[in-house]
Design a protein around this ligand. Sequence first.
Ligand SMILES: [Zn+2]
Length: 203
Amino acid sequence: MAYPRRVQELIEDFTRLPGIGPRQAARFVYALLAKDESFLASFAGHLGSLKTETMLCRSCFRITEQRPDQTCEICSASSRNTDKILVVEKDTDVENFEKSGVFSGVYHVLGGSISTLEKNSAEKLHMRELFERVKSLAAKNEQVEIIIATSNNLEGNQTATYIERILEPLTVSVTRLGRGLSTGSEIEYADPMTLEQALQNRK
Ligand SMILES: [Zn+2]
């Protein structure tokens, strides 16, 4: 059975999102078809302005509201300890740490992890920016601590090792989240207690 052309196109769009197969995508498209025009117009508007109305924080590379100083509300808050940088893979990891309220430093969002399959995948991440950021911070402060909070899976561990290597020439303390995060677990889904323990047991 062939879908109508526009339906097929939208199904293909949805399947480009993580975790969405053709069947789930078709379900989305038919659910959209059941909505009224005004919802669809508003949905299309949100999609259309998603990129133009957000930006990357120039300090931590989180996706944030458009702000004149191009710095997110976490990086610009005076209450945050800017000498402690928690390095995470993605924005949703930051959201989870923020929700748990266990960390008062600032973040650095890599934009993914080092893939075992893809060559040079480290180049697509904000690694160079991390190095430069830590370097300039270390030049004016002796108590810089970098906490690597990548996921406890193959890619996450590879990424952590890579970060340790590039930061080695800089005289800063580099730690990794400790026990608490079970093997294969992702930061994004960890509960507050697990995050707190993993932070406390960093080494
Ligand atoms: Zn920021």
